[in-house]
Design a protein around this ligand. Structure first.
Ligand code: BV8
Length: 249
C-alpha cells in the first residue's frame, strides 16, 4: 500500500463516507463566543421573564412594549458583536466544498451572513427584519421598533419583529425537510435540542441514511440521536473538523 493510499485510507477511516450533500443546523451556542447570550445561559430568563413567556404572540398582545423592548435590546446588541471563528469556518467551508451545502440557523442574529455564509435559512426569523402584522410584508429593520413605527405598506403602527415566536410555525420548513431527506451529512452545532421542530431534524436526516454529528459545548438533550459527537467550544472544534472534511475530498 503506497503512502498516499494509506494516508487516504486513514483519512477515509475518519470520514467513512465522502459527503456530497450537507445540511448544517446551528443554535445559540455558535454565537456564544461572539458575546451573544444563549437561552440556556440565562436559564431561559430575560429581565425575570421566561423566554417562552416573552417570545409568544400572547405576550405581544398582552404587553407589546415589553416584547418590542426585548427585541430592541437584542437588535441593538448586534452592533457590538462580531462573527467568531466558528461562523467564519462555516462560511469558508461553504466556498470550498464541491457538493451541495445548506446552513439552517435557529439564531436570529446576523453573524452568519456577516461571516459570509450564502446558502442560509433563518428558520426562526431575524432581528434585523420587521414584519407588517396586516400584510405580512417583511422589511429591513436596523433601529428600535416603537409604538410610532409605521410599516411602509399600510403606514400604520402594525410592525412586529420578524421573529418566529413559540407557538408560531418556523419559516422555510418545506425546503428544510426536503434538504434533510436528501442529505448524506447532518451537522448540529451549538444547540441544546430543547426546541422543536429543529430538535427533530436529526431524526429526519438519520432516517434518510445521513451520517449525523453533534458539535456542542456539552452533550445535548438529543445526543443519543447522533452517530458522532465532538464536544468543545465551536470556535475550537469546528475549524479543524470542517478542514478534515475538505482534506477527505
Ligand atoms: C411550533 C426566536 C407549532 C425567538 C425561537 C412540548 C414538547 C415539545 C415541543 C413543544 C412543547 N411545548 C411547546 C412546544 C413547541 C415549542 C417548543 O419546542 N417549546 C420548547 C420550549 C419545549 N416550539 C414552538 O413553539 C415552535 N413552533 O411548534 O409551532 C405549529 C404547528 C403548526 C402551525 C403553527 C404552529 C417555534 C419555536 C421557535 C421559537 N423561537 N427563537 C427569540 O429568539 O427570541 S427559539 C429560540 O430558542 C432560539 O431560536 C433557539 O431555537 C431556542 C434556543 O435553543 P438553542 O439555540 O439550542 O439555544 P440554547 O441556549 O438552548 O442552547 C445553546 C447550546 O449551545 C447549549 O447546548 C450549550 O451547551 C451550547 N454552547 C454554549 N456555548 C457554546 C456552545 N456550543 C458550542 N460552542 C460554544 N461556545
Amino acid at each position: 500500500m503506497t503512502a498516499h493510499s494509506s494516508e487516504h485510507a486513514t483519512t477515509h477511516r475518519t470520514h467513512p463516507h465522502l459527503p456530497r450533500r450537507i445540511v448544517v443546523l446551528t443554535g445559540a451556542g455558535i454565537s456564544a463566543e461572539s458575546g451573544v447570550r444563549t437561552f440556556r445561559d440565562s436559564d431561559g430568563l430575560w429581565e425575570n421573564h421566561r423566554i417562552e413567556d416573552v417570545a409568544t404572540p400572547e405576550a405581544f398582545e398582552r404587553d407589546a412594549t415589553l416584547v418590542q423592548n426585548f427585541y430592541n435590546a437584542r437588535r441593538a446588541q448586534l452592533n457590538d458583536v462580531h462573527p467568531n471563528p466558528a461562523h467564519r469556518a462555516l462560511a469558508s467551508f461553504e466556498q470550498q466544498f464541491p457538493g451541495e451545502f445548506l446552513l439552517v440557523t435557529q439564531n436570529v442574529d446576523d453573524l452568519h451572513e456577516r461571516a459570509g455564509s450564502q446558502h442560509l435559512l433563518h428558520m426562526h426569523g431575524e432581528l434585523k427584519s420587521a414584519r407588517c402584522s396586516r400584510t405580512h410584508n417583511v422589511y429591513q429593520q436596523h433601529t428600535d421598533i416603537t409604538p410610532d413605527s409605521r410599516c411602509p405598506c399600510c403606514n400604520t403602527p402594525t410592525l412586529r419583529p420578524h421573529i418566529v415566536w413559540f407557538g408560531e410555525m418556523p419559516l422555510f420548513m418545506d425546503d428544510i425537510v426536503q434538504a434533510l431527506e436528501q442529505c448524506d451529512l447532518f451537522l448540529s452545532i451549538g444547540t441544546s435540542g430543547h426546541v422543536y421542530p429543529a430538535a427533530g431534524f436529526v431524526e429526519i436526516a438519520s432516517q434518510a441514511g445521513a451520517h449525523t454529528v453533534e458539535i456542542n459545548l456539552e452533550p445535548s438533550r438529543i445526543k443519543d440521536n447522533f452517530a458522532e459527537h465532538r464536544y468543545g467550544k465551536a470556535g475550537d472544534v469546528l475549524p479543524g473538523y470542517l478542514q478534515s472534511l475538505l482534506d477527505a475530498q
